[in-house]
Design a protein around this ligand. Structure first.
Ligand code: 3PG
Length: 305
């Protein structure tokens, strides 16, 4: 079988070596398409691929139509909003993700952004500390749980809300469960977003919600830009000069946000999962899932059942 790794944002080379070892030792062929700049390169590369490993790469109906032999796509990562899962299903293509494999990397980046924010983006002026502050985690999945673990090391008081995770599970992890997202924003000094991009969450982080935050509140986004209502957050930052917004996903309105100097920071490219460890974990897991699929039809991590 031909397994294509198509990554506009490439894996670390150690991860590619690991993926190659897995795929070739199972008797399959590995083909690499890295750092592509034009969708036509992807359309050409998928033509004879039986399986595909991607990251945030867009797997559109056009890509799926071009991929005549494709049987499985594995998103080496958690969020699969970049893949048209429903269309893949109509074509009989299995879509899987690799949950949890890159979550520590994303969680660590939350604190990189947070320390940078509370120390005034390292401008030399006195900042504040994280110890004793209330951290709110919106969605208690794999990343949220890692964020809670690291936050405790900083001595933070940790709160969480997850529409799909019962309060007792959150409490068992030593985290305060709150009743809804409004309460989370109202209670916490910092809110870190870990919700997926779905029709329900799209633009859900809006003026009314973030405005619940106390004076000096900080919003951290390492999830998806689509969950932010950008015009409303821009208006809120203009209305409240005490709030900060730090993000790992450059908003569409980056230029407008950049005017809030000293209160806004975006990484130039989404890099939460951009560590050798996360690339190895997610890439090798993806390769193993493909091998299992071809060997015995395993679809354990299928997200388009
Ligand atoms: C994920 O959904 O796994 C993370 O957002 C990481 O995405 P990336 O592989 O594009 O860095």
């Amino acid at each position: 079988m031909k397994v294509l790794v198509a990554t506009e944002k490439p894996f670390a080379s150690t991860a590619i070596n690991g993926i190659r070892k897995e795929i070739e030792s199972a008797g399959h062929e590995l083909v690499l398409l890295e750092k592509y700049t034009d969708v036509q390169q992807l359309l050409d590369a998928v033509k004879d691929a039986d399986a595909m490993i991607v990251r945030s790469d867009k797997v559109t109906p056009a890509v799926l139509d071009a991929a005549k032999q494709l049987k499985i796509v594995v998103r080496a990562g958690a969020g699969y909003d970049s893949i048209d899962t429903a269309y893949a299903k109509t074509k009989g293509v299995v879509v899987e993700n690799t949950p949890g494999q890159n979550s520590n990397a994303v969680a660590e980046l939350v604190f990189g952004l947070l320390v940078y924010a509370v120390r005034n983006f390292f401008n030399g002026k006195s900042g504040t500390e994280l110890m004793g502050k209330k951290l709110g985690i919106l969605a208690f999945g794999n990343v949220g749980r890692n964020v809670a673990r690291v936050a405790k090391g900083f001595g933070m008081d940790v709160y969480a809300y997850d529409a799909f995770c019962p309060a007792n599970v959150i409490e068992e992890a030593g985290v305060h469960a709150v009743a809804n997202q409004e309460e989370l924003f109202k209670t916490c000094d910092v809110v870190s977003l870990h919700i997926p991009a779905t029709p329900e969450t799209k633009e859900s982080i809006n003026y009314a919600l973030v405005n619940q935050m106390k004076k000096g509140g900080i919003l951290v986004n390492t999830a998806r830009k689509e969950v932010i209502n950008e015009p409303e957050l821009l208006k809120l930052l203009a209305d409240r000069d005490d709030l900060k917004f730090v993000t790992d996903i450059k908003p569409d309105a980056d230029e407008a946000f950049s005017k809030f100097e000293g209160r806004y920071f975006s990484t130039p490219k989404k890099m939460g999962a951009q560590t050798a460890e996360a690339n190895n974990n997610a890439g090798i897991a993806a390769a193993r899932q493909i091998n299992a699929f071809f060997k015995d039809g395993s679809t354990k991590f299928q997200v388009n059942k």
